[in-house]
Design a protein around this ligand. Sequence first.
Ligand code: SPQ
Length: 503
Amino acid sequence: SDPVMWHDIFLTNRDAVLRILDAFRGDLDALRAAIDTGDGHHMLGVFTRARVAREHFSKILARRAYVDAMHSNDLIYLAQPGGTLSGQIRVPGDKSISHRSIMLGSLAEGTTEVEGFLEGEDALATLQAFRDMGVVIEGPQHGRVTIHGVGLHGLQAPPGPIYLGNSGTSMRLLSGLLAAQPFDTVLTGDASLSKRPMNRVAKPLREMGAVIETAAEGRPPLVIRGGQRLTGMRYEMPMASAQVKSSLLLAGLYAAGETAVTEPAPTRDHTERMLRGFGYPVAVHGSTATVESGHKLTATHIEVPADISSAAFFLVAASIAEGSELLLEHVGINPTRDGMLRVCRAMGADITLLNEQNSGGEPVADLLVRYTPSLSGTVIEGELIPTLIDEIPIIAVLAATANGTTVIRNAEELKVKESNRLDIMVNELTAMGVSLEGTDDGMIIEGGKPFHGAQIDSRLDHRIAMSFAIASLAAETPTEILRAGCVDISYPTFYQDLARLQA
Ligand code: SPQ
């Protein structure tokens, strides 16, 4: 463009331009040296970051801001009633385990290979966060990710705020990890994440010595001040939350002495299992998990099992759609996550576990599920709740088709997920003609009566969109799901898979 304009810009902004030219020359010198000495690791880092930058520029050119949610919010999914599901499927990798594989792989010494990684928006947000902090991560390509770990003390300051999209897991776990780094960080998210409570991690982390600022009422964005010296502590969690437990354990890797976290009921223990898989000692006695600083993580190979929270939609689909039979392959059945299986069985569903085995520290099995003509209601409460917390929306759908009453209690945590999942399930199932009522901490469903289709707004909550796609199978008229693209958060191929299985 206009040479006179550039002449003016460069002279007016002399200092800034010189600073950037020096940085650019420094980068070129480093690349030259790497080529000269054959330093493949350095080159891989440059080229990986370059590719991500190019993708970022493409988004800008397409007028899609990097901070936008990546999914298309205006997708409408029209579901016809009826249909029979058959075939076999391996649903995408476990979201919780995928997040943790990136985090621990980045903090490990050496190169970690991950297979079965979930290429959904939430797990990709975690992956991008670590790239922003200087970790070289190749992939994902067909679920394969290679992480060039930088060790516990090798993360670098990110160039700007870290955007975590819709992902509560990323924000809460990263808070603990970042509280102990030498640099400041700012964690932001989309509209839904910006409403979710963060004091549950900020408060105990502050007791350990962290300096964390939040917006009003403990909401994101979080500003985490680096350079603090953390001290371990014993913490009794007021709520059963794997995210809080994991956040404190990750801070504990850096805190002086021991960090012990006690939970009121068993929650998913993927962090504890995976830390051990990376050779980091974790002591678990009863409901208390303890780590102490001073050890290291050693790179490993991780095979992420299929996500039971995603498989849950097909367990219900096949149970309620007449004549269905499905084989769900290699599903994680960790006892802290398998409440869904226990409830399905209690309601009379026909589910058989095949090929039970241990896969990299996590129990897995193939699940054979067949249509059951007469399901019956049940009671879901207490310690069962954390083991199926993300499955409650789809369990409510199952309960709507089951004869008799299903009572769900002690599930108040559902109010602070990606949406208020209790209220939305009660309102939208009511709109479909299901007879149910909401309670303070759950719902009471009178199932087994006919219900019809309706227009459902997902509120951009992936589990709500998928639950109603399955509910439509048992409805008498079509169902329309608005803002249905949010399934990209945890299950980008959900609608294609439903179609492939002939729903
Ligand atoms: O990451 P996010 O948005 O919090 O994800 C959800 C989900 O439905 O996918 C909850 F909304 O799952 C959480 C789960 O509810 C993932 C998780 C984890 O990986 O540690 C733990 C649970 O949350 P919590 O608050 O009970 O610890």
